[in-house]
Ligand binder design. Structure first.
Ligand SMILES: NC(=O)c1ccc[n+]([C@@H]2O[C@H](COP(=O)([O-])OP(=O)(O)OC[C@H]3O[C@@H](n4cnc5c(N)ncnc54)[C@H](OP(=O)(O)O)[C@@H]3O)[C@@H](O)[C@H]2O)c1
Length: 239
């Protein structure tokens, strides 16, 4: 990886859309260097001298393992933080979802983040400094109808993050989880519903980016285990 600045880097998956994009923009504005892990390199909403991206498909666990190992080997700057953000929604009553839907959601929303984290963790532990942040959801806190596999994937991330936090404290590596309710992003473009119009009916992606900044800027001896954010009201509308 050709990073001439040698600034510690913050790795963010899904950095070219929605929450990940807002996080990348906010961190770049604050002087950090960001490495985006993106599915589609052609979709390039960010141009900044401290931003670079690598193409990574999170849906195939076997291919991901090799790809991410290669990325870790080539990382030539310290890793300030890893933000596991990418995710998809497949909503519907369980019998309406195919087995491949179930596999895809678990692979992208959970297993890929476990694989990416496993690959970067030795580096963070060697450095004895750094943050691992997961983007969960309010679906990680309680199940709701038509959300069976999505909730399962987010419950899995929450359990994973809690266990990892216990494992990593002695190495000075902090593990945090952000659980937003409805955020106004392209997440809903393939779904049959979206947050209602009006500023109180959805969180903005920049609000989630602000939660990330709070986590990263906490005194080193303090860890924000979980941050839950909700829109003021829960108003949905069908499409
Ligand atoms: N929006 C909400 O209401 C909400 C609420 C709670 C939690 N979340 C969580 O927030 C996270 C970000 O979602 P968002 O709202 O920002 O939605 P988004 O705008 O759709 O962003 C999702 C990101 O994940 C990436 N991604 C999806 N599949 C991928 C794959 N196979 N390989 C690599 N990258 C992949 C997407 O890449 P492409 O741009 O190439 O598709 C995109 O960058 C997700 O984990 C989601 O579950 C969202």
């Amino acid at each position: 990886m050709n990073d001439t600045s040698a600034k510690p880097v913050i790795v963010i998956s899904g950095a070219n859309s929605g929450i990940g994009l807002a996080m990348a923009r906010e961190l770049l504005a604050r002087g950090h260097a960001v490495l985006g892990l993106v599915r589609d390199a052609a979709k390039a909403p960010l141009e900044h001298r401290h931003y670079r991206q690598q193409c990574v498909d999170l849906s195939d666990p076997e291919a991901l393992q090799a790809r991410i190992a290669e990325l870790c080997r080539c990382l030539d700057v310290p890793l300030r933080a890893l933000v596991n953000n990418a995710g998809i929604g497949r909503m519907g009553y369980l019998e309406q979802l195919s087995v491949s839907d179930l596999r895809e959601v678990m692979n992208i929303n959970f297993l890929s983040h476990a694989i990416v984290t496993r690959a970067f963790l030795p580096l963070l532990k060697r450095q004895r400094h750094g943050d691992i942040v997961f983007v969960g959801s309010e679906a990680a806190l309680h199940g709701s109808q038509q959300g069976s596999i999505y909730c399962a994937s987010k419950f899995a991330i929450r359990g994973f993050a809690q266990a990892l936090r216990e494992e990593c404290g002695k190495s000075n590596v902090r593990v945090s989880l952000i659980n937003p309710g409805a955020v106004r992003t392209p997440f809903f473009s393939g779904l049959h519903f979206e947050p209602g119009e009006g500023e109180g009916n959805a969180i903005e992606p920049e609000d989630v980016a602000a939660a990330l900044v709070t986590i990263l800027e906490a005194r080193p001896g303090t860890v924000f285990g979980e941050i839950n954010l909700s829109p003021l009201n829960r108003v949905w509308r069908g499409k």
